[in-house]
Design a protein around this ligand. Structure first.
Ligand SMILES: N[C@@H](CCC[C@H](N)C(=O)O)C(=O)O
Length: 334
């Protein structure tokens, strides 16, 4: 038998699969087969999820473990900010360490335990980097621009301005009105840019943000490989950086920003030294369920005999969200 964890960061939900505990790690083909089945909102386990976070032995010196991100559709992402917070907590508890590096596809990233976000809501800070702006890093093409920085892109939506940032997974960001945030424009654009299209050959995560106040945003994300999510950590991080770059009168480097999302709230801090940018993302790392399943089942993309038990942490998280402003109107759910 092996144990999975069902977890979330701002209700961006995942299963953590620690391959180092298995007799035989799942192959890439087996992970690609398992992801769509276990994450399916109707037929998956525990109401599905946005992806699987796979923990392996590190491949880069200096890291405690490796995290791989398998999206709900089986594709692999270079990073996941909300997911990294939950993996950070899993590793912190496993190795009894509060600050260490996690090996992600493009870099070792620093993670640190933080004071609880609210009573019973454990929190971690994770580094979001490397940051790139050039069109090859996203990649995008056929737009007549080397980078998008508050750029009108009529090919996407006439009248809206877009910024593109790889952190290192690709993000497209637009600052919009409350009406534009809540209608279906984001869904239509997200579907378009993540299907066959001449602009983003690998797809892109699309973030619409409403400016609420100085250093304060509400962000809604259509994720590549997933669709609408309750929250996207790299998306909120990239959007915070875009906010500081495009609205310097309202958004500041090196001070905490408050980013609301349909699943809760996180804090971000954007940093800049010479031409080097990075972001700190701070938020909850909640474990909702323990899952026990036979390893042979997982190899066959099955979880029919899985046993689940709730951790009881969700009650504290729900109280934290109920006390927040701005979140309750746009709950997306899974
Ligand atoms: N939800 C994640 C991002 C997951 C990866 C994304 N779908 C992609 O393909 O880039 C986050 O919290 O950052």
């Amino acid at each position: 038998m092996t144990e999975l964890l069902k977890v979330h960061g701002s209700q961006n939900q995942f299963f953590i699969l620690d391959q180092t505990t298995l007799e035989q790690p799942l192959t890439d083909a087996e992970l690609q087969a398992l992801a769509p089945r276990i994450t399916d909102p109707r037929t998956g386990l525990l109401g599905g999820a946005d992806g699987i976070l796979v923990v392996n032995q590190p491949t880069k010196p200096g890291a405690l473990a490796q995290m791989r991100v398998i999206n709900a559709d089986g594709s692999e992402a270079s990073m996941c900010g909300n997911g990294l917070r939950t993996v950070a907590r899993y590793l912190a508890e496993k190795f009894d360490q509060d600050e260490f590096q996690v090996d992600t596809r493009d870099a070792n990233l620093l993670v640190r335990r933080q004071p609880d976000f609210a009573p019973g809501v454990p929190a971690f800070a994770v580094e979001i980097s490397p940051v790139r702006f050039n069109k090859e890093a996203l990649p995008f093409d056929n737009l007549g621009h080397e980078r998008l920085l508050d750029t009108l892109v009529p090919e996407f939506i006439p009248g809206l301005r877009f910024t593109s940032i790889a952190v290192p997974n690709p993000h497209l960001i637009s600052f919009v009105s409350a009406t534009e945030l809540s209608d279906n424009v984001l869904g239509v654009l997200g579907e378009r840019l993540n299907g066959q299209n001449p602009y983003f050959p690998d797809g892109v995560n699309v973030n619409f943000a409403q400016i609420l106040n100085e250093n304060e945003l509400f962000v809604r994300t259509f994720e590549r490989g997933v669709g609408f999510t309750n929250a996207c950590g790299t998306g909120m991080s990239a959007t915070s950086l875009a906010f500081a770059l495009t609205h310097p009168e309202l958004a500041h480097f090196d001070v905490p920003m408050t980013i609301y999302n349909p699943g809760g709230m996180v804090k971000t801090i954007v940093h800049h030294q010479a031409d080097h940018y990075w972001i700190e993302l701070v938020g909850n790392a909640t474990f909702t369920h323990h899952v026990t399943v036979a390893e042979t089942e997982l190899h066959q993309a099955s979880f029919a005999d899985a046993q689940t038990s709730a951790t009881g942490e969700e009650t504290a998280y729900e109280k934290f969200v109920a006390d927040l402003p701005h979140v309750n109107d746009l709950q997306i759910g899974k």
